[in-house]
Design a protein around this ligand. Structure first.
Ligand code: NDP
Length: 445
């Protein structure tokens, strides 16, 4: 273990002040000792040392003018982590909490997640500390144009293909694509994914992360003889991942009893009316608090992460990193929750995960469970290069089979390398081995 411990210590020393990146690296590396024991050649080739260092990190100034005519300056990031198995691929996040450490943790996770999809995509991530909340459409457009005016020189369909993440949805992707096209004087649809349907987007991309999350969870609970039928479900967040996770849960007969945003959560004992959430969040861009005005029987609580106090059978953290801590995990267990699947990236703290594992709660880690989004982005790239579009049913069927395959691969790896119910181990090992083999084949680069 001292070889791996040394690498973790080096990462902490060389990347000061980036706790989320340290957390992500520690979580992955600690589970890889079994792999290194079986493959000493990985150690000789410095696979781990190279994997924890991004291939390229870009930081840039993003100046823009607000509606009052004032000049504002944000910071932009793109971390191109690994191109071992394909062009860098990963979303862009606009949120005031964004700094280099957040982008690096997300980029690192993305490398393994993308490998798990079985598609040829490397890992990267980008973003800015810009807060789209409360900004006018014009301000968001001017910001996106300025962001892309710098980013364009670093991306391309065979180089690096960004997509959406927190704060970046169809509107932002549209503005960024428009500016890229204008600068390049070329309609390169494969340069960004998550595009609108009429200019190269894929059906099901919007739904993909949430649907994929429920497809893989369905496999995980089925293996223990359970199903969504009649299950009480809590879904944190009310953004892209949360909404389509809730939609699929309801389609499979489950009842979503609680959802949240960054101000608080709503609890509706009769089941959340998803059409109201969609109207509030996707159309009106309002707060979730308004749900209670429309459905007075529901309760609203002014605590975002208080959602984990709601009694449920299955929990889907779909908001942000470290939203579910040890106390919340203990409360979920005490209330009878038997399965947790991560829609967000790293939403559970290490202590929360320990609580789940020691109480035999079925647990699907984000890098496997939320891989449906990037997998469908890769399907969007395939359609773009064919200049063709598949139907909703075709893409959905491909997404479902990708998620079923991910479940098979990670449970097989978990069985081979440790314990069959430890899907964290399975996901880390299965993703890592694929990237490591590609790196071995390509020499020291
Ligand atoms: P959205 O911006 O669409 O939604 C995010 C949701 O989480 C909103 O309800 C937001 O509330 C809430 N939220 C965000 N930050 C915080 C915070 N600090 N505290 C409390 N609540 C917060 O993002 P997505 O749904 O796209 O992403 C959610 C998670 O899923 C992220 O971790 C992302 O990395 C991950 N993910 C997303 C994929 C995708 O395809 N979109 C793919 C794979 C993973 P509010 O609106 O009030 O800010």
């Amino acid at each position: 273990m001292s070889y791996i411990r040394d690498i973790i210590e080096q990462v902490i020393e060389r990347n000061p002040g980036e706790p989320e990146f340290h957390q992500a690296v520690t979580e992955v590396l600690e589970s890889l000792q079994v792999v290194i024991d079986r493959h000493p050649e990985y150690m000789k080739a410095g696979i781990l040392e190279r994997l924890v260092e991004p291939e390229r990190q870009i930081i840039f100034r993003v100046p823009w003018v607000d509606d009052q005519g004032r000049v504002r300056v944000n910071r932009g990031f793109r971390v191109q982590f690994s191109s071992a198995i394909g062009p860098y691929k990963g979303g862009i996040r606009f949120h005031p909490s964004v700094y280099l450490g957040i982008i690096k943790f997300l980029g690192f996770e993305q490398v393994f997640k993308n490998a798990l999809t079985g598609l040829p995509i490397g890992g990267g991530k980008g973003g800015s500390d810009f807060d789209p909340k409360g900004k006018s459409d014009d301000e968001v457009m001017r910001f996106c144009q300025s962001f892309m005016t710098e980013l364009y020189r670093h991306i391309g369909a065979d180089i690096d293909v960004p997509a959406g993440d927190i704060g970046v949805g169809a509107r932002e992707i549209g503005y960024m694509f428009g500016q890229y096209k204008r600068i390049r004087n070329s309609f390169e649809s494969g340069v960004l994914t998550g595009k609108g349907l009429i200019y190269g987007g894929s059906l099901v991309r919007k739904e993909a992360t949430g649907y994929g999350l429920v497809y893989i969870t369905d496999q995980m609970i089925k293996a223990k003889g359970k199903s969504f039928d009649g299950a009480r479900v809590a879904v944190s967040g009310s953004g892209n991942v949360a909404i389509y996770c809730a939609e699929k849960v309801i389609q499979l007969g489950g009842k979503v009893v609680a959802m949240s945003d960054s101000n608080g959560y709503v609890y509706d004992p009769d089941g959340i009316k998803l059409e109201t959430i969609k109207q509030l969040k996707e159309v009106e861009r309002k707060r979730i608090k308004e749900y209670k005005e429309i459905h007075p029987k529901a309760e609203y609580h002014e605590s975002s992460f208080g959602i984990w106090e709601v009694s449920c059978d299955i929990a889907f953290p779909c908001a942000t990193q470290n939203e579910l801590d040890e106390k919340a995990a203990k409360t979920l267990v005490a209330n009878g929750c038997y399965a947790v699947a991560e829609g967000a990236n790293m939403p559970s703290t290490p202590e929360a995960i320990d609580v789940f594992l020691s109480n035999n709660v079925l647990f699907a880690p984000g890098k496997a469970a939320n891989a449906g989004g990037v997998a469908t982005s890769a399907l969007e790239m395939i359609q773009n290069s064919m200049r063709y579009s598949w139907s909703f049913e075709e893409v959905d069927a491909k997404l479902k089979s990708i998620m079923i395959n991910i479940y098979k691969n990670i449970s097989t790896a978990a069985r081979e390398y440790g314990h069959e119910d430890n899907l964290i181990l399975g996901a880390n090992v299965a993703g890592f081995v694929k990237v490591a083999e590609a790196m071995m084949a390509q020499g020291i680069v």
